[in-house]
Every structure is written in C-alpha cells, then in structure tokens.
Design a protein around this ligand. Structure first.
Ligand code: NAP
Length: 584
C-alpha cells in the first residue's frame, strides 16, 4: 500500500493470517476501516490518508482478500461468526485497552452490522459508520414483513430491491463467478468501475482483484441465504451508528433503511448524491462525516444530531451564498445553517454579511464566515475564491443570489444602466460559476450550483427589458452548464421566484424619471410586494429542496409557476400580457 507512514503487521486469527496496516498516532482514537466486495483495503486509501492526521487509522484485508491468506476449505470459511473472530483479533492487536470506531463499506458494512449487534463485541466498538451494506438480519426481517403483509407499496419495494440484487443470484451459482472474475470480468473491472461508477483510477483496484472477487463469492454463499431466511431476532446495535446512504446506489434501495431506528436507537443519518463506491468518489465528504461522528462520540455527544430539515443531506457541507446580507440570500444562508451546513455569507455590504454569519451560527451552522465582495468585480471574486479554497476547501453548494432590480422602458435605459444590471445579475453569476464551479470540477467529487434567476426570465415585460434579459441569460447559462457538468455529478439549478417581499423593491432603480418620482415608484412597489407578502424563507426552502432533488428549473410562488406553464404551453398569452403598461 502506497500510503505515507503506513505500518504493516500480520495478525493471526482462526487459521488465517490477516494483513493489517496502521496510520497515524496510536495514542489517538482508533478508526478501523473494513472493505467490501470485490475490494481490498486499498479501497480506503483516500479516506485513510485524510483521517490519519486526527486518528489512529487501521485497515485490514478481509480473509481471502488482498494480502491476507484464505481459509481452507473456502466453503464455510467466510461465515459472519469467523469474520467477527477476525475483527476482534485485529481490534485486540491494534487497540487492546480501548474500544475502536468501526467503519464499513459494502460487505465491510454488512460485517460491521454483525460486529455491532452481537454480544461478544460489546465494549469493543465505540461507534459504527455504515455505508452501502445492510445488516443481513435487518434485511431478512424487512423481507419477512413485506411478504407477510404485502401492500402494493411494499410489493413494489420488494421487487425494486430484488431487481437491484441481480448479481447476488449469480454469485450463488457454482464456479461461474470464479471463472468470470479470473477471466474477462477481472480484466475489464477497472474500466467498468470508471465508466459506470465514475471511480477514478489510482492505486485501486489492485492486482489481487480477480482472486479477491473469486474468494469473496463465499461471503455471499456462506451467509446470505442462511441469514435472510432465519434472521436473528436480537440484532440490536450496542453502539451509536452513523448511516451514510448514497442516493444513486445501483445495488441497494434506500427503503431498506426505513425502519432502522428500531434496530439502532442512536442513529445519525447522512445522505450523499453519489453512487455505490463513495470511499473512492466522495472521500472528502466521507472522511469529514467520519471525523465529525467519531469526535462527537469521543466527546460524549453521540446523541447530538442536527435537527433541521435536510440535515441528513447538508450537515457539515460547505455552502457559499452571495448577496447573503438581505432577502432571499439571507434566508437561504439561515436555511442551510439550520440543516447543519457550514456557511460562507458574501455580500458587498460588510456589516450585513457579518450579521448573517453571526445569526447563521446561532440557528445551527457549526461554523459560519462572512466575506465582503462585489460579485460584479472579477478580481474581487477571484480573490474570494482563492481565499475560500485555501482556508476552507472546495464549496459543496454555491448559491449565486446577489442581484439588483432595474425598471424602465428600453429607450429610457442607458448603456450605463444596462452595464450595471448585467454586471451584477449576469456577470456576477458567471464569475461565481467559473471560479467556484472550476474548483468543484477539479476536485472531482460532485457539488451543486444554484443560480437565482427570476420568473422575469421567461415572462417578458415592456417595463423590465434589462432586468428580464439578465435573468433570461442566467436561466440559459444554468441550462448549458447543467448539461456540461452532468457527467461530473455537479448539479445546476435555476430558481425563478415571482414577487417576494424583500428589500429589492427599495433598492431597485427606475429609469427615465427624476429622483422624486423614482422614490415614489420604489415605495409603491414596496407596498405592492408587502401586500403580496411572499416570504423569502419559502424561496430558501425551495432552494434546499431543489438541491436535494437536483432539479433543473424551479419556479417559486404561484404566479411564477403559472407563468412558467404559460411559457411552455401558451407563450402567446404571455406575449400579450407583456404589452400591458404598468401603472405609474
Ligand atoms: P435584496 O433583499 O435586495 O438582497 C440582495 C442582496 O444582494 C443585498 O444584500 C445586496 O446588497 C446584495 N448585492 C447586490 N448587489 C451585489 C453585488 N454586486 N455584490 C454583492 N452583493 C450584492 O434582494 P432579493 O429580493 O433577496 O434578491 C435576491 C435575488 O433574487 C436577486 O438576484 C433578485 O434578482 C432575485 N429575485 C428577487 C425577486 C423578488 O421579488 N424579491 C424575484 C425574482 C428574483 P445591497 O443591499 O447593498 O444592495
């Protein structure tokens, strides 16, 4: 294994020789990482290197995998009881006097559930983080309940998971898996992983893959049928559990975990927009969640969980919001903070950005920062992007919200007026997407960009040529960027609010009139928006939902939704409405 500072040792357990690797200071809490199928410990190399600064990190090759020896005979050598013996032997060798924090992926997690629910490991496991691998006992009960009391929904769930388990049936056939893995499948697997699961090439998979996969078929044969048909009735977790569920897991349905609280009362849920191999595709997020959870358990705070809606999705994520000093931007910063995100509040007005960051901390953000920047100033945005990257890392969610209003007929709108509105509303969004989007793209671990457009983007109006043009451009930019970044798991959403009660009405400019008339129109618009009284908090809620669901275009407010429908099915009506002269 090519990890810096890795120390290798052998541990003898139940007739096999296990290859164990340690990183970091043994005086720190021990985190044991258990790999899945068809993997070896190298699947964890990216996560392990990120955790080694803070913890004593231990990885081992499961019996028959990597550089650990295989049991003889193979049949019967991979039962969960024997795998538990192996885990206990490793835990006793690397951390004799102190319980370990267990982390499992795929079959490593299936094993982890066994370890954390059997009595003989009690006191040896401080916490368990599970990724993409259910307890076979819980799974057995899940199937049993649906077979005994079938409803259309439950039958659908059974069929859905049944279809996702196609490979499990194949692995039960004699000799075929061994032939396939030692033949063409083994050769093609790295390329398949790259293409289907977007797993970047590196020190993984290793050359031992064909043998690992052939031996590992016995994990299924020795355990699956027996446990699913006769699941243990007492499979309760005796340590706090963190469940990380990838939303796009091709092999496991999220529904499998619906009733998990009854088996694991101290449960923290996390959701990731990713496929099955998260230790390789999302090492930053996975290691951050492990670090947070282990630190909380070590500090005696296992029950502490963020309580806001979407906290399982955004907890610990880095979110940057522009124009966060007021209105929709401020409400969005608070909504992410309530979901446990770390928030960077950016505004051209320092004081309001500072206030937003302070309040964000109060409502739930574990950390919040304020930054002053004018989004239309390219150099200022470059500096901001560099600073955030160096000090805080890559932004997971970017909300390009800062914008200004401008109302007035085309011939009353000067070149200078056009420049101002396009500089902020369009160029501000371009700078944000280019600078922070590039960082997301280079990191290669997904992300999300939200651009605040407007219903004015698709609803023409004789009174708003410059504003509507800027917002239509933002809508189109978002659609183009969404197409370009889709292959990198970076979502792009355009939010199109209608009339929302914010300060924009008092700061919006009205062209072609003197200052007194402009002030009068601002007051009148503010009154109108006040009477309409659609709160920015509802827009913020729509933004979090749109990111969680990866929606492309989201009209918010009934009038924005109505206009959106008309723009698709009856644009003539919208064109007629656009001619109506606004009241003066
Ligand atoms: P808001 O209450 O005026 O908030 C906008 C914030 O952005 C303010 O704090 C503002 O600071 C800041 N800002 C303006 N220009 C900036 C720049 N160049 N650099 C950095 N920060 C800047 O307005 P809002 O209604 O929340 O608007 C947010 C977004 O929603 C805008 O893009 C707007 O076009 C869009 N939108 C609003 C509505 C609505 O009805 N309110 C409808 C559709 C779309 P200052 O206070 O110093 O200007």
């Amino acid at each position: 294994m090519t990890l810096k500072g890795a120390r290798e040792r052998r541990v003898r357990a139940g007739g096999v020789d296990l290859c164990v690797v340690e990183l970091g200071d043994p005086g720190q809490p021990t985190v044991v990482l258990v790999h899945g199928y068809p993997d070896s410990k190298e699947v964890w190399s990216e996560v392990a290197s990120r955790l080694a600064d803070r913890f004593h990190v231990v990885l081992y090759d499961v019996r028959g995998h990597g550089r650990s020896s295989a049991p003889l005979p193979l049949r019967g050598g991979f039962t969960l009881e024997k795998l538990t013996d192996d885990f206990l032997a490793v835990a006793n060798a690397v951390s004799p006097g102190r319980p370990v924090h267990l982390v499992g992926h795929d079959w490593g997690s299936v094993q982890g559930w066994e370890f954390v629910t059997v009595r003989r490991t009690q006191g040896r496991i401080a916490s368990f983080t599970s990724m993409s691998g259910p307890s076979l006992d819980h799974f057995g009960h899940w199937i049993g309940q649906r077979v005994k009391r079938p409803t259309p929904r439950r039958v659908g769930q059974l069929l859905g998971q049944g279809a996702k388990s196609w490979y499990v049936y194949l692995l039960h056939t004699p000799r075929l898996p061994e032939l396939a893995w030692r033949g063409p499948l083994g050769r093609r697997w790295p390329r398949l992983l790259e293409r289907l699961e977007k797993v970047p090439r590196g020190d993984y998979p290793t050359a031992s893959l064909p043998d690992d996969a052939a031996h590992g078929a016995w994990l299924y044969r020795d355990n699956v049928r027996a446990r699913l048909s006769r699941p243990r009735a007492d499979a309760y977790a005796h340590a706090p559990v963190q469940l990380v569920t990838p939303e796009d897991d091709a092999y496991l349905s999220q529904r499998l975990y619906d009733e998990l609280e009854s088996w694991a009362p101290q449960l923290t849920r996390r959701v990731l927009p990713a496929g099955h191999w998260v230790p390789r595709t999302r090492p930053d997020r996975v290691s951050a969640w492990i670090e947070e959870f282990v630190t909380a358990v070590e500090g005696g705070r296992p029950e502490q969980r963020p309580t806001g809606r979407y906290s399982d999705r955004f907890g610990g994520q880095l979110v940057l919001v522009t124009g966060a000093g007021s209105g929709i931007g401020r409400a969005t910063a608070f909504a992410f903070a309530e979901a446990g995100a770390r928030v960077v509040a950016v505004d051209r007005d320092t004081e309001s950005a500072v206030r937003t960051a302070e309040l964000a901390r109060l409502v739930g953000a574990p950390e919040a920062w304020s930054e002053t920047a004018d989004v239309s100033d390219e150099q200022a945005m470059e500096k901001l992007a560099e600073k955030v990257h160096t000090e805080l890392g890559v932004v997971d969610v970017l909300v390009n919200n800062a914008g200004i209003g401008l109302s007035g007929g085309f011939f009353d709108t000067t070149s200078d007026d056009w420049r101002k509105v396009l500089d902020v509303n369009l160029w501000g969004v371009i700078h944000g997407c280019r600078l922070f989007g590039r960082q997301m793209s280079e990191r290669g671990q997904g992300g999300h960009i939200v651009n605040i457009a407007s219903a004015a983007a698709y609803q023409p109006s004789r009174a708003l040529p410059a504003y509507s043009t800027s917002k239509a451009a933002v809508l189109m930019l978002s659609a183009c960027l969404r197409a370009e970044l889709a292959g990198q798991d970076i979502g792009v959403t355009a939010i199109c609010p209608g009339l929302v009660n914010t300060n924009i009405t008092t700061t919006a400019r009205f062209t072609g009139v003197d200052a007194e008339e402009e002030a009068r129109r601002q007051q009148r618009t503010a009154r109108l928006y006040g009477r309409r009284n659609y709160p920015p908090e509802k827009v913020a809620d729509a933004i979090l939902r749109a990111v969680a669901r990866d929606e492309a275009v989201v009209p918010v407010t009934p009038e924005a939704r109505g206009a959106h429908l008309l723009s698709r099915f009856s644009p003539m009506v919208l064109r007629a409405l656009a001619r109506i002269k606004p009241p003066v």
